[in-house]
Design a protein around this ligand. Structure first.
Ligand code: SF4
Length: 289
């Protein structure tokens, strides 16, 4: 039984940076407010709240001089300036890759282009980017939605940073055929590209794939879809407790990958649990011999 962990699994650059920063601030004894979870991982959130971080549902509850930590997904332009006006202290940990999408969308919007965002319209990152174009973007997520778009010219297209490359390529093919003067920016972040490529390769040779990440994590769901397309036995789990109750000794190659919000200690726990299943079964076997 081989356990193979995909390259580029776990925390990405943006998440590592944000997590390091928030723990540094906690150590300084600061009271920090988070608007929504910093990353899509309940275990990390539990740890932060146990250390005094307060998660708020709305920025209305903040008072002057409170410290608000902006997560990697970023926030809309209006919100940013409202916070400034209200003298809320901002620790802005918007991932630089997300900032780049906001910047491109904002620049082309100001030049008169229609902005199309390829991504999930309910995802905070997409809501944030749309906010930098005064909520005027057309947001699409499927090839059918691309086909249904009316004829429009002078368009700038950006992508949610965690989009699947394949979805992006297919949608751009459709848009390119129907839009005159289209400016396409592939804003899928490098970290996502590398993670998806590694997961794709590993799932081609694995007999079973375990994808670890928050159930509400967009990039983890995409890893699951990629792995499932190559390996029928693909499971998405949040922690070791969600591992399927199966005999892992029946598999030669067990592949593991993890979303951008999954800390190493959760990956290690999963590996150790699979190994302990194996050892336990071996011990039971010995006892009956
Ligand atoms: S997935 Fe990419 S864009 Fe999102 S936080 Fe990580 S590095 Fe940044």
């Amino acid at each position: 039984m081989n356990i193979i962990i995909a390259d580029n699994s776990g925390f990405c650059f943006g998440v590592s940076r944000a997590i390091k920063k928030i723990y540094d601030e906690i150590e300084k004894g600061k009271k920090i407010y988070l608007w929504g979870p910093i990353i899509h991982n309940p275990k990390v959130i539990d740890d932060l709240t146990s250390k005094g971080v307060k998660i708020i549902e709305s920025i209305d509850s903040l008072n002057k001089n409170d410290i608000l930590f902006i997560r990697t997904h970023g926030i809309p332009k209006d919100t940013f300036y409202t916070l400034k006006k209200r003298n809320i202290n901002i620790i802005d940990m918007t991932c630089p890759f997300v900032k780049k999408v906001q910047h491109i969308a904002n620049k082309f919007y100001k030049e008169g282009y229609k902005i199309i965002i390829i991504g999930d319209k309910t995802h905070p990152e997409v809501i944030g980017v749309n906010g930098w174009v005064d909520n005027t973007a057309i947001i699409i997520n499927t090839e059918d939605e691309a086909k249904e778009l009316p004829q429009i010219d002078n368009v700038c297209v950006v992508a949610q940073t965690t989009l699947k490359q394949e979805s992006f390529d297919r949608i751009i093919n459709i848009l390119s055929d129907k839009i005159k003067n289209i400016n396409v920016f592939n804003t899928i972040c490098d970290s996502t590209k590398e993670r998806q490529e590694s997961a794709y390769k590993l799932s081609q040779l694995a007999d079973i794939m375990i994808v670890i990440g928050g159930y509400n994590s967009s990039n983890t769901k995409k890893l699951y879809e990629i792995c499932k397309s190559n390996c029928k036995e693909t499971y998405m789990i949040e922690t070791k407790d969600d591992l399927p109750k199966i005999d892992f000794r029946n598999y030669d190659n067990i592949g593991i990958t993890a979303g951008a919000s999954t800390p190493d200690w959760i990956i290690n726990e999963v590996v150790e649990t699979i190994l302990s299943f194996n050892n336990k079964n071996r011990d039971n076997q010995r006892d009956t011999e």
